[in-house]
Design a binder for this molecule. Structure first.
Ligand SMILES: Cc1ncc(COP(=O)(O)O)c(C=O)c1O
Length: 344
């Protein structure tokens, strides 16, 4: 399929003259900075942070094997989700395609931006149903949101199916890989060179254990990354977040050790849950959580709350009848959950 980025972008965004910050206009060392209306009295925080987060991107570039100009950093993944919608979808005119059930922010961000949503269903195993998906997109469909491993189901989407969408869809395919570190898969980063319509979202919130600093990553072509940079708020990543992330990225082995522990715990938890009477099904998971079908989700959710354990009731979500989504905790936390469930 012929891909034409200029045709996809909203005309207002294409012609937009972006805000130019003081730190855009002068980068480098100087004795005196009187350009940004900052407070001149020194503290750790009196200067604006690097708007392009270069030092952090250099580290990420090495870890992820993605060139710096193909990396965008956002205030959580939720910022690039919103910016992608605003860059490509004309409110009231264009639409996005979202296979359900999946992460809720694609829908909420689209609705905030008055962009209509074409929802189709995943299969009952939560994989892509390619034929209905192809039949659903039209000339106004700008983005397809795919989540792999998918939230709330935990499974990876079949790679071949995603590739066929990437080949045939003339718009942008957004692959949300928030949970990719918990899989044995390399994800779609290796395909960035091949597909100019591929956008990948990852985050430091899950495997890296940094949900509090709000650091979402987006990998795409240099042209798409330039568009996101054009419309982002100038200093969208605070110096605190940049510093904490830079420090954490020096300790990749610590992250890998946690991921290993979590995967081992996931296997044990899945097996323990399977033996409990009120558990009907534990869905296969490649993430740091399990989707679990029980006899009566609402009641069991409340019983767990009463015992001080909070899981996520997903029973109102399509294809998730009587399902709870349970994050893999520490071995002690998991054992407590299993023990309480066994006694219910
Ligand atoms: C699929 C998916 N994407 C993104 C996020 C949010 O990531 P962030 O913390 O980077 O905003 C979540 C959070 O639960 C998620 O499940």
């Amino acid at each position: 399929m012929k891909f034409n980025l200029e045709k996809l972008v909203r005309p207002t965004i294409l012609s937009l003259k972006p805000y130019s910050s003081a730190r855009d206009e002068f980068q480098g060392n100087a004795a005196i900075f009187l350009d940004a209306n900052e407070n001149p009295y020194p503290s750790a925080f009196n200067r604006y942070p690097d708007p392009h987060q270069l030092k952090l991107k250099q580290k990420l570039s090495r870890i992820k094997d993605v060139p710096i100009d193909q990396i965008f950093l956002g205030n959580g993944s939720d910022e690039p989700i919103d910016l992608l919608i605003r860059a490509f979808c004309e409110p009231g005119v264009d639409n996005v395609l979202i296979p359900q059930p999946t992460y809720g922010m694609y829908t909420v961000s689209s609705e905030i931006n008055n962009v209509s949503i074409k929802s189709i269903r995943l299969t009952k195993d939560f994989d892509l149903d390619v034929a209905p998906l192809r039949n659903s997109w039209d000339s106004k469909t700008k983005l397809i949101f795919l989540c792999s491993p998918n939230n709330p189901s935990g499974n990876l989407l079949t790679e071949e199916k995603v590739l066929s969408i990437l080949r045939d869809f003339p718009g942008i395919v957004v692959m949300d890989e928030a949970y990719v570190d918990f899989t044995g898969s390399k994800g779609f980063v290796p395909y960035l060179k091949e597909f100019p319509n591929l956008v990948i979202l990852q985050t430091l919130s899950k495997a890296w254990g940094l949900a509090a600093i709000r650091l979402g990553m987006c990998f795409a072509s240099t042209e798409i990354i330039a568009l996101l940079n054009k419309i982002k708020p100038p200093y969208n990543i605070s110096i605190l977040s940049q510093q904490v992330a830079e420090e954490a990225l020096n300790h990749e082995s610590a992250k890998n050790a946690h991921v290993f522990e979590i995967i081992e715990s996931r296997k044990k938890l899945a097996s323990d849950l399977t033996g409990i009477k009120l558990v009907k099904k534990v869905f296969q998971s490649d993430a740091n959580f399990l989707l679990v079908q029980v006899t009566n989700a609402k009641k069991i959710y409340q019983e767990l709350v009463n015992r001080g354990i909070i899981v996520r009731d997903r029973s109102n979500v399509i294809l998730c009848d009587n399902c709870l989504r349970i994050t893999v905790g520490t071995p002690v936390e998991n054992q407590k959950l299993v023990s309480e469930l066994s006694q219910l």
